[in-house]
Design a protein around this ligand. Structure first.
Ligand SMILES: Nc1ncnc2c1ncn2[C@@H]1O[C@H](COP(=O)(O)OP(=O)(O)OP(=O)(O)O)[C@@H](O)[C@H]1O
Ligand SMILES: [Mg+2]
Length: 256
């Protein structure tokens, strides 16, 4: 059965750019003609709001627990589709914790779906929802900032993926660490950058995301940066990241 190329955007540290990356990398893929599904796995619902979806009758927690169907949950958009979240998603995560096969539920939902790319915005925590996303993903990306404790968070997520690879999903691969708002003038920025570049087991995206107010503003208008400010630095940076991701996934598809 066909399975879409699925990317989990994850970091258990909060505010590193997961939602910004999910929204704009998804949009960059859609602009190239790919059929894209976004999944909002965070009870803050930021991805849904940023994608212009204010209210939805059903959410991903209900879908995973069999309380709603795919058709009832899916919100079809002009450029991308969305499986929305809900403020109540955390109580569903508690229920998922009690399901023996919770790590496979999202994967099962994606099997045979006719999307080219699925982008999953993970919550800033390592619970059942994040494990489900990593269980479903062929790739993961870790947006991170050059600040205190960034490297600790990275270690935690890499250890968590190592566990997922052993027990749940042997095929998951690191697409790259995505440096967001790195300020190499600060000591933290330099230290984190130094550690990342000296570790040759970690793949880093060559493009990084610069600080750009358009990336913040576009979400308030329910738009991607490509619609809101097509010539902004944010749009240029995510275009570059998208090209790198495509090279990676195309090269892998050709190899296998
Ligand atoms: N490169 C950037 N330039 C300017 N603002 C940015 C940039 N990246 C992210 N932001 C802003 O920083 C804030 C946090 O970003 P975002 O919501 O993407 O992080 P997150 O990892 O999804 O957070 P959470 O862990 O709470 O889900 C948002 O207000 C976003 O608009
Ligand atoms: Mg977020």
């Amino acid at each position: 059965m066909s399975y879409p190329i699925t990317l989990a955007v994850t970091n258990n540290k909060g505010g590193t750019g997961k939602t910004t990356t999910s929204l704009n990398l998804g949009a960059a893929l859609a602009r190239r003609g790919f059929k894209v599904l976004l999944i909002d796995l965070d009870s803050q619902c930021n991805l849904g709001l940023a994608a212009g979806c204010r209210q939805a009758p059903h959410h991903i927690g209900q879908l995973l627990l069999g309380e709603a169907t795919w058709e009832q949950t899916l919100v079809k958009g002009e450029t991308v589709d969305l499986l929305p979240s809900s403020r109540t998603l955390l109580s569903y995560e508690h229920q998922l914790n009690m399901e023996p096969d919770s790590g496979y539920l999202l994967r099962e939902q994606l099997e045979g779906r006719s999307y080219d790319y699925v982008v999953i915005d993970c919550p800033p925590s390592l619970g059942a929802l994040t494990f489900g996303a990593l269980g479903a993903a062929s790739w993961f990306v870790v947006p991170m900032q050059g600040e205190n404790f960034a490297y600790v968070g990275l270690d935690e997520i890499l250890q968590c993926v190592a566990k997922v690879r052993r027990r749940l999903n042997p095929d998951i691969q690191l697409a790259g660490i995505l440096m967001n708002k790195f300020d190499l003038r600060t000591k933290f920025g330099q230290t984190v950058y130094g550690k990342l570049t000296s570790n040759n087991t970690i793949r880093l995206f060559k493009h990084s995301i610069r600080q750009d107010v358009s990336l913040m503003e576009c979400t308030a208008f329910g738009q991607s940066v490509f619609d809101y400010a097509p010539s902004s630095r944010g749009a240029q940076d995510f275009d570059g990241v998208c090209e790198e991701f495509l090279q990676l996934t195309t090269a892998t598809a050709t190899r296998s």
